[in-house]
Write a protein that binds this ligand. Structure first.
Ligand SMILES: [Cu+2]
Length: 67
């Protein structure tokens, strides 16, 4: 399934890299779309939203799951 987060404190390319790396720690190879302008992070082909949310939090960001 596709999981989408709003991450208001994702503001630049560094944030995108850090968040993408964090997601890939728990979902290796999953396609990640991270758009700073909209602060949206979309991960495709994954099921465990809680694990991905925790990984993004551990990277220092504040994701909010969008249903
Ligand atoms: Cu940044």
């Amino acid at each position: 399934m596709k999981i989408e987060f709003s991450v208001p404190d994702m503001t630049c390319g560094h944030c995108v890299s850090a968040i993408t790396a964090a997601v890939h720690e728990v979902a290796p190879g999953a396609p990640v779309s991270a758009v700073t302008a909209s602060h949206r992070v979309t991960i495709d082909g994954v099921n465990d939203a809680a694990a991905i949310e925790a990984a993004i939090v551990a990277a220092g960001y504040t994701p909010r799951l969008i249903t």
